[in-house]
Design a binder for this molecule. Sequence first.
Ligand SMILES: *Cc1c(COP(=O)(O)O)cnc(C)c1O
Length: 245
Amino acid sequence: MRRKLSDNIKRIRDRMQQACARSGRQLQDIKLIAVTKTVEVDIIRNVMESGLLDLGESRVQTLIKRAGMICEHLSRRRKLEPENAPPDPNWHMIGHLQRNKVRMLLPWVHTIHSLDSLRLAEEISNEAQKLNRIVPALIEVNIANEKNKYGIAVGAAVHFARSIENLPGLKVVGLMAMAPWAEDAEKARPYFVRLREVFEDMIYEKVVGPAFRELSMGMSNDFEVAIEEGATMVRVGTALFEGLS
Ligand SMILES: *Cc1c(COP(=O)(O)O)cnc(C)c1O
C-alpha cells in the first residue's frame, strides 16, 4: 500500500511539474492538499509519512474525528521515536461549513476554504478570537453559477471581501472554486481563468491585504489546467488514492 501510494504521489508531482514547466511556474509555489475524505486513517498516516502534511476534508465531523486520531497517533509516535515522527499536519476544511459547527471545528482546522457568507465569517472571527487565533480563510466563489454549489456569486466577491475586511479573527488569504465536472479537463480552463480574474480584481480594488495570495483550484481531474492558470493550492483525492485499499 505504501509503495502504491508513493508511486501515485510521484506521478502527481511529475504532472504538477510538467504543468509548471508549461506555464513558467515553480513547483514549490504550489501546495498539494491531500483530500482524505474517502480513505481510512491508516492510509492518512501513510500519506503523512510520505511527506504530505496538508490534508483536506469536506465534512466537519470527519475532519475533527480524524484530526483527533492523528493527533493521538503522533503523540504516541513521538514518545516512541522522537526523531522519526512526522510534524503535525495542517487540516484544510474544503467543504461547506455551517455556522453551528464552527466552534467545534476551529481547534482542529488550519485553513478554511469555504467562506461563503457574512454570518459564517462573523462566527469564525468570534470563535477564533476566543482561541486567540487569526484563522486563514479563502472565499469560495461559485464560479460557474451552479445552482447546486455553494459560494459567493462572481459579481458579489469584491463587495463580500469588503464586508469582512475588518473582522479581527479572520484573515482572507485567497479564493477557492470548483469547476463544473467534465470529462475533458480543458472545459474547466475558462472557469479557472475567471477565478484568477476575480482574484486580480480584488487586489486591484484593494479590498484585500498582502496575505491574499492563494488560488485554491484544481482537483484530480483538472489540476494541471488549474496550475497553468495560476492555482497555488490543488486539492487532490481520487488520483492520490487510486489502486489503494
Ligand atoms: C472531494 C473534493 C476534492 C477532491 O476531489 P478528487 O476529484 O477526488 O480529487 C477537492 N475539493 C473539494 C471541495 C472536494 O469536496
